[in-house]
Design a protein around this ligand. Structure first.
Ligand code: COA
Ligand code: AMP
Length: 643
């Protein structure tokens, strides 16, 4: 009998030995306006480009060609919003017309090829239309997740320097309406880049007061405009910028090009998710994240599938059966969500009483990513849903999976805790500190040998130096993922932790550096350390330890509330910052480096060694005491300062 994964390994080998042949073949899935001169351009190594010289239009590939091929009447988007009690389908033909008109409105507002457009919108079809309208005219979109605060939006506006901002009057959370307009106004006041204008979609749950001379109503802006045609762009032109947390407080603008992105996503839809034209795919994420970009919007549409746009939660909208209803209603074949969502369902409905017999008849597999998937969650999901559960590992930078189980080509046995094998195109190694590949079973930094495959980031927006410094400088000829783990004898990878200060809260990637920046702004705070601690539901949550300036007289409860509010106002509710405690002193090395790793181990009850370089070992007792008061570390002593 053939060894499991034989085909995957053969594909890996071909993609490694002949990347141009492999990806040149895959590129046949895309309609090109002009063919490439070279599939892979290596002259500027370690910077690589894919499909140089080629021209295409991503929106054309996602919409127009399907209409031309007779898919006009097929539903492109199933919009399902339990929070607004709205459900309807949009066909490819309708979507094409709406996108072309919106693109016409952008042109009428002076947006040209290469201009940036920031999109700060909730999970409504107009957000998808906005992204595609930008792609249609060669403008570069930058979507900002709605759960971020004004200051985060402002940073992104200052970096991307958009001509226009597209927004909506509000987002809808299960327990509240989130008015976007005040956040937008504040962000524009905070940013130093002057935008030319804003298009605002009015939602009936909360109408916004438009600012005269700056804001235009979404639909009024489209009145009388000519629908825009697709413009040819270079394969190497940026399609979008998506900001993600780095180790410093300033987010990184991950650039995605047009050509490589289209090729890679189309390939992944078939090979990883086993989805083809006419089938239904659902990624229960948010368009503000990379999962939403790749697998709510571009991936499914590029292959002529139907996608589900879900404005709701796994639980509470209205119950833990919400996902099963959606899968049944649209006959979803492949479903993608974050492990957190499954944990939330498991917590509320451990026996899946809300899952009715036959509801998942159409479902072939559940895909999980965004954070480490603990074996318990994977096993529970597989048992309750009765389909294979596929953990796969990727990041905003790569845009699609680095390690996965190729369900459409060569399913391999699932090993809980592992996202399976390297996807063809990615040569993944586990390295020691000197950059030597480690043997199976040994843990180290996970790096990908260059070149990265198509669809991955060619650079950071207007900051090649940071791209080189953050990803390429540590190990020559490698891209540093920032994750650590090991590979087993069969090549299955295990992602265990980060090597930097990034934490993962409910599948949302956040930087502890940014939390520290914000907390330091409080007048009473002299010093602060933020770590990610294990959380049963969200995987990790942030926990802050602050040292106060001497002479500060503040009631602790009041201080904690102020610090929590500060983070919510500056980073956003999605930061989920609720744990904070005062300590007299932080543990540091003699050279002044805060021992965050040691604190994290204490909090998570892991074994740790007191570092030989510690300046004052008694500071660890202070930390242990503070952590136990928050319910972390050894034996809680109660009385908590957690709010
Ligand atoms: N706009 C405004 N606020 C938002 C928001 C948005 N788009 N998304 C989240 N928030 C707010 C929430 O309302 C919540 O606010 P609160 O503190 O007032 O309650 C806060 O941000 C935290 O949100 P969330 O992380 O969603 O936590 P939750 O406790 O409300 O829900 C889960 C828990 C598990 C149901 C939820 O985290 C979830 O669905 N996770 C799936 C993760 C996911 O899809 N990740 C994407 C990567 S694949
Ligand atoms: P993001 O850029 O927001 O998609 O976050 C990417 C990071 O999330 C990765 O670098 C990992 O740290 C983590 N991550 C994503 N998927 C997985 C997975 N399947 N297993 C373990 N960690 C994951």
């Amino acid at each position: 009998m053939a060894q499991a994964g034989t085909k995957t390994r053969a594909l890996q080998q071909r993609a490694t030995e002949d990347p141009s042949g492999f990806w040149g073949d895959a590129a046949a899935a895309i309609d090109w306006i002009r063919p490439w001169q070279r599939v892979l351009e290596e002259d500027n190594a370690p910077l690589y480009r894919w499909f140089e010289g080629a021209q295409l239009n991503t929106c054309y590939n996602a919409l127009d060609r399907h209409v031309a091929q007779g898919r006009g009447e097929q539903v492109a988007i199933h919009y399902d919003s339990p929070v607004s009690d709205t459900r309807y389908g949009i066909t490819y033909l309708e979507l094409q017309a709406k996108v072309a008109r919106l693109a016409g409105a952008l042109v009428a507002q002076g947006v040209e090829k290469g201009d940036r457009v920031v999109i700060y919108m909730p999970m409504v079809p107009e957000t998808v239309m906005a992204m595609l309208a930008c792609a249609r005219i060669g403008a570069i979109h930058s979507v900002v997740f709605g759960g971020f605060a004004a200051a985060e939006l402002a940073t992104r506006i200052d970096d991307a320097k958009p001509k226009l901002v597209l927004s909506a009057s509000c987002g809808l959370e299960p327990n509240r309406v989130v008015p976007y307009k005040p956040l937008l106004d504040e962000a524009l006041a905070l940013s130093s880049h002057p935008v030319q204008g804003c298009l605002v979609l009015q939602r009936m749950q909360c109408e916004a007061q438009l600012t005269p001379g700056r804001d235009l109503d979404w639909y009024q802006a489209q009145q009388g405009v000519e629908p825009a045609e697709c413009v040819p762009v270079e394969a190497t032109d940026p399609l979008y910028i998506l900001y993600t947390s780095g180790t410093t407080g300033t987010p990184k603008g991950v650039v995605r090009d047009n050509g490589g992105h289209a090729v890679a996503l189309a390939w992944s839809m078939r090979a990883i998710y086993d989805i083809g034209p006419g089938e239904c795919f659902w990624a229960a994420s948010d368009v503000g994240w990379v999962v939403g970009h790749s697998y709510i919007v571009y991936g499914p549409l590029l292959v002529g599938a139907s996608t589900v746009l879900y404005e709701g939660k796994p639980v509470g909208t209205p119950d833990p059966g919400a996902f099963w209803r959606v899968i049944e209603q649209y006959r979803v074949k492949s479903f993608f969500t974050a492990p957190t969502a499954m944990r939330a369902i498991k917590r509320e409905d451990p026996d899946t009483r809300c899952l009715k017999p036959g509801q998942l008849d159409s479902l072939r597999a559940l895909y999980l990513a965004g954070e480490r998937c603990d074996p318990d969650t994977l096993n529970w999901s597989a048992r309750q849903l009765g389909v294979p559960v596929i953990d796969h590992w990727w990041q905003t930078e790569t845009g699609w999976a680095i390690c996965a189980n190729l369900m459409g080509v060569d399913p391999v046995p699932v090993k809980p805790g592992s996202p399976a094998l390297a996807v063809p195109g990615y040569q993944v190694d586990v390295l020691d500190e000197a950059g030597h590949p480690l043997a199976a079973g040994e843990s180290g930094a996970i790096a990908i040998r260059l070149p990265l495959p198509p669809g991955t980031l060619p650079t950071l927006w207007q900051n090649e130096a940071r791209y080189r410094e953050a990803y390429l400088s540590q190990y020559p000829s490698y891209y540093l993922t920032g994750d650590a783990g090991y590979q087993d004898e069969e090549g299955y990878l295990y992602i265990m932790s980060r090597i930097d200060d990034i934490i993962n809260v409910a599948g949302h990637r956040l930087s502890t550096g940014r939390f520290e920046e914000v907390l330091s702004q409080h007048p009473a705070v002299a010093e602060v350390a933020v770590i990610g601690v294990a959380d049963e539901l969200k995987g990790q949550v942030p926990l802050g330890l602050v040292v106060l300036k001497s002479g500060m007289e503040l009631a602790e409860e009041q201080l904690y509330q102020e610090l929590i509010t500060l983070v919510r106002q500056q980073i956003g509710p999605v930061a989920a910052f609720k744990l904070v405690s005062v300590v007299d002193k932080l543990p540091k090395t003699r050279s002044g480096k805060i021992l965050r790793g040691t604190m994290r181990k204490i909090a998570d009850n892991q074994d740790y060694v007191v570092p030989a370089t510690i300046e004052d070992p008694t500071t660890l007792d202070l930390v242990r005491h503070a952590l136990t008061r928050l319910g972390y570390g050894h034996a809680s002593i109660g009385g908590g300062a957690g709010v």
